[in-house]
Design a binder for this molecule. Structure first.
Ligand code: MOS
Length: 730
């Protein structure tokens, strides 16, 4: 493992120095505020903006009657850039709750907001389809789902023969990201050059996508965003707000700043869509799986066929000869969902890992033992080996630390006073995704280096990882290394998504540092000797630029990266292909095992989680300190998604009910008294030169199932519908 040095930007952050997107000081900005729709489906019957326009300080009100045109750009999953291809203000239609019906631009935020509230809209509303089972919701199996469907042997035959079976249906709710940093955009034109500031997990994609939407040369569009105040996937894709702000700024000849109200982010950015799943597990009497089918349904918008399709991942978890999967989309009158914290694994591993626990109960077998019996070192689909897989080492270490051997397996068997105690466990996994990346490093004779890559740090520790990787290869003290990220003027890096930053951008940084070392004949001089070494080379600085692409990809992946494309042979779209490659490509994934204790009050059914223990193996760990933080945060996310997080969708009106962090519950410190993290050493020489797997989205996978399994152990009640709330236990 690497050194546990403190976070690169720690001091800057705790002293309030970083400028987040909306903090950027801009001379004489105008402020934009959206008027958003109060119905989910219909047309605008009348729109009266006179009161808004008459307010002193209002510069302009944009509606579908006068909004600047934007080019239709494809969704990011189909080779474009957008999170949602519905173009607001292009016509008088309303397509989802919180759709944009007008934009006010004024001298101040307060005036813009006040004016927006004075716009009078009447809708010719139609009955919207909200979710599964709503009249008008249309089922669709997209081509992608058919392509990704996984099959081994003959599921029907295996299922009919299996002596022990679990056939269960699970569901997971709509969830929204709720980052502390709001979704903001500030656009500043300087002649025909546009600079904009907005939180982004992929600056090259956002800048290129905006350029295409507004018909500007991408070389003239510059996105600056060195710090992201929480992303979780929601800041990964260009939304429709950005072009409206940029075009208003050009139209009005002044910078325009927009900060979405928290409520508005529910309709105008992405979210995790609700799923419904059926899991069928068949086993022989010894617990060996003989049949596994995982079928999912996910909600999406009318406009886009976004899907996460995690069933392709779950069927890679355990050895099993007969496998089948399917994913069906349900198209409703909703904004398009998108990436959120292990998009495929979080909902679908809840289904599988709950079903594994149910199977262990049916077999009267210890749930850890059931995983051991069915553990595999190769894909049950393609037969391709995992480059490394330490799942059972994780189970053994976590079980020992947790004290699992003291568990009485019978439900309702453990208690203390009025509290029923339950212990449960589940598997965590995350595929090792990688994308091409570039990096530039400048080393000067004073032993200082500057690393530049347009990757992103949304709190996960990417600055620190890049600093350490460069320092190690250059033989420098990490404190001598400056890292610049989050700016589309820097050499391109990967999306801060799919947990691939360290593996991808880190590999490019490592390669660039290697090129610098090569200038000295391969071995870096000691920092004190650099001055002499530079003099001998007759230079005052050395700059190297490197391009790196994952095994199996080529230079076209770098060209795609420069265009901000995810389709260059990796990325979120490649998530299923990369992590679960069929056709004999090696399997690359990180694993973990999570154990939780729940306490449920006998009478009130209040649920507490006094402790969680997770052990994780993810190849080389660049920084055990920041990695531990990632795992802690992940398990806390997982706990929140098991017990708290849910966006309630009004089934009649297709509107988000608790659309504010004040009513959308997330975990607070009091919810998580004790979390223990074990880093299980793992050496993987095949994934990439650094041996690094992704960890950011690993630890939140499996937690929900571990909690549901513990709830069953405590109460004898199997809750298959998240979140697990008190009412479901009465
Ligand atoms: Mo993460 S949801 O892949 O940004």
């Amino acid at each position: 493992m690497g050194q546990a040095i403190p976070r690169y930007e720690a001091t800057a952050k705790v002293t309030g120095q970083p400028l987040y997107a909306a903090d950027e000081p801009i001379a004489r900005p105008l402020y934009a505020f959206f008027k958003t729709s109060g119905v989910a489906r219909g047309t605008i019957a009348s729109l009266d903006v006179r009161k808004a326009e008459a307010m002193p300080g209002v510069m302009k009100v944009y509606t579908h009657r006068n909004a600047p045109p934007r080019k239709a750009v494809k969704h990011i999953m189909t080779g474009g850039y957008m999170s949602d291809t519905n173009i607001p203000l292009a016509d008088n239609r309303v397509r989802h709750d919180g759709d944009i019906v007008a934009m006010v631009v004024a001298d101040s935020y307060e005036i813009a907001r006040d004016a927006a509230n004075r716009i009078e809209v009447r809708y010719a509303a139609q009955a919207p389809a909200a979710t599964f089972g709503s009249p008008g919701a249309v089922k669709k199996v997209p081509e992608q789902a058919q392509k990704n469907a996984k099959k081994a042997g003959d599921f029907a035959a295996g299922w009919s023969r299996a002596p022990v079976k679990v056939d269960a249906r699970y569901s997971t709710p709509t969830q929204h990201h709720n980052p502390i940093e709001l979704y903001a955009t500030t656009a500043v034109w300087n002649g025909d050059q546009l600079t904009f500031y907005e939180p982004s997990q992929f600056v090259y994609s956002t800048a290129n996508g905006l350029a295409e939407q507004i018909g500007v040369d991408p070389a003239k569009v510059h996105l600056v965003n060195p710090y992201v105040g929480g992303g979780f996937g929601g800041k990964g894709i260009l939304t429709q707000r950005t072009a409206l702000v940029a075009l208003a700024a050009r139209d009005l000849g002044r910078p325009v700043k927009l900060v979405l109200h928290r409520k508005q982010a529910y309709g105008l950015t992405t979210y995790r869509a609700e799923t419904r799943q059926r899991v069928r597990l068949g086993a022989d009497r010894n617990g060996k799986l003989v049949a596994f089918a995982h079928d999912g349904e996910e909600v999406t918008s009318r406009a886009d066929d976004y899907m996460v399709g995690g069933v392709e991942n779950t069927v890679e978890m355990y050895a099993c000869p007969n496998i089948a999967t399917s994913v069906t989309l349900v198209k409703a009158d909703r904004n398009t969902p998108g990436f959120m914290r292990s998009p495929p694994e979080t909902p679908y591993m809840f289904g599988l890992e709950s079903a594994m626990d149910e199977l262990a109960v049916a077999l009267n077998m210890d749930p850890v033992e059931l995983r051991r019996i069915n553990d595999t070192q190769k894909s049950p689909i393609s037969g391709a080996p995992y480059t490394s897989r330490s799942l059972m080492q994780c189970y053994d270490q976590a079980a020992a630390a947790f004290g699992w051997s003291r568990r009485n397996p019978r439900p309702l068997s453990m208690s203390q006073g009025d509290w029923l105690i339950g212990w449960g466990c589940a598997t965590a996994t995350y595929p090792t995704n990688m994308m091409a990346s570039t990096a530039r490093i400048r080393l000067t004779a004073d032993g200082k280096a500057v690393v530049e890559v347009a990757a992103h740090d949304m709190g996960q520790g990417a600055y620190t990882a890049m600093q350490q990787i460069a320092a190690k290869r250059l033989g420098l003290d990490p404190r001598q290394v400056t890292v610049r990220m989050g700016d589309s003027a820097l050499p391109p890096g990967p999306v801060a998504g799919g947990s691939m930053t360290t593996a991808s951008a880190g590999s490019a940084v490592h390669t660039a540092a290697g090129k610098i070392a090569a200038r000295f004949g391969g071995a870096m001089p000691a920092p004190n000797d650099l001055d002499d070494a530079f003099r001998r080379l007759g230079v005052t600085q050395i700059e190297e630029y490197a391009e790196w692409w994952p095994p199996g990809q080529g230079p076209q992946a770098v060209r795609a990266l420069y265009k901000g494309s995810m389709g260059g042979g990796g990325g979120e779209e490649g998530e299923q292909q990369e992590g679960n490659a069929g056709g004999g490509k090696p399997m690359m994934a990180a694993f973990g095992a999570e154990f939780v204790e729940v306490r449920i009050h006998r009478l009130t059914r209040e649920i507490r989680v006094p402790r969680m223990t997770g052990a994780f193996a993810a190849g080389h760990i660049v920084n055990p300190r920041t990695a531990r933080s990632q795992y802690l945060g992940g398990m806390i996310w997982g706990m929140a998604s098991a017990l708290l997080e849910a966006t309630e969708v009004d089934a009649k009106r297709a509107r988000y009910v608790n659309d504010n962090i004040a009513e959308y519950l997330v975990a607070v410190n009091a919810d998580v008294p004790q979390v223990d993290v074990i880093l299980v050493p793992e050496v993987d020489t095949k994934v990439n030169p650094l041996g690094v797997k992704g960890i950011g989205e690993l630890a939140n996978v499996g937690t929900a199932a571990a909690i549901a399994n513990a709830v069953y152990h405590a109460t004898g009640k199997r809750i298959r519908d998240l979140p697990i709330t008190m009412d479901k236990l009465l």
